[in-house]
Design a protein around this ligand. Sequence first.
Ligand code: AHM
Ligand code: MG
Length: 372
Amino acid sequence: MLVNVLIFGRWFWSICRKTSTIIACYINAKCLKNNAMKEYLGMTLNEFIIRRQSDFKYATGELSRLLSHIGVAAKIVNREVNKAGLVDILGEVGTVNTQGEAQQKLDVYADSQFIHALRASGEVCGMASEEDDNIVTFDNVLANDGKYIVCIDPLDGSSNIDVNVSIGTIFSIYRRISERGHKAEEKDFLQEGLKQVAGGYVIYGSSTMLVYTTGRGVNGFTLDPSIGEFCLSHADIRTPESGAIYSINEGYYLKFEDAIKKYIKYTQEVDKQTKRPYKARYIGSLVADFHRNLLKGGIYIYPATADAPNGKLRLLYEANPLAFVVEQAGGMAINGKDRILDMKPQDLHQRTPLIIGSTNMVNKVMEFIENK
Ligand code: AHM
Ligand code: MG
């Protein structure tokens, strides 16, 4: 009997020691990460990119240089967005883009700024943009040798440009799959979102922020206008698992499928435990709605409608980059059936329904869809 007690005691003691070591390691790793991230706070985007380059095995600095170029273009676009009311740059330009929507002058300006910055970077062989029907290839020796391609919505939320409401830029970066030394090909752009090497956005709001991920967490940089630099202000962003905000254009209510209608009713019911009724917030600029929900917890839905069975938003340069960001921050993004990042694009300007945000909320919508 005594022997049994002794054996049990030793076994119990060793389990306790192992468990406490595991917990201590976990806490230590977390603290180290938090401390390391704290050390980065206030650092400029360029410094941060260079420091983090060592996170990537065999990194050669090309992606770092490319991200810096995107930051520079964002600052130039920001400058124009900020003085939009002062110069003759607002309003429609008179042409329509590939989606049949009137192009605003600032859209065209932003598009040309990003084309210029990406061509100048020498790291990119081509770009796909919401504003251009076909891929833009940078056909020179340096660019043809570039490893990367970029998909971009240069100025998202264009209906808000004229009225001083937050707008944004959304971008994603992939490794090309065509042979280096030649022009980019369309197949380089039709890769699944999970193959992104970086994705992010810039929000031109009450302050201007650049938020991006390279697959190792999400970091946000706020533009300090006094020094003209993006500085790390939001290190290692995590989105809450649940939130109390829902963002959907309820004006289309009658055109939604039943599952979405039922979910909207669910958000409006009273239930203390799940913080319902949720707050309805819809800016009409995806970047702004997404950014708020990312920080506060919430869900953004642009579903299929009777008129638009594939929804409105574009897979390559709206859904994919934000899906990458949200997943890296601990959230989820689906199209109503599948994970956004698993979708195989068929077309440059392909649209997709988008349900994106806090994990518990996205799963709840999924429940309604599955039980319809
Ligand atoms: P845009 O890229 O032409 O600006 O369109 C995308 C925008 C999103 O920013 C926004 O969430 C959505 O379209 C709003 O659409 P709607 O007016 O149908 O609600
Ligand atoms: Mg857009």
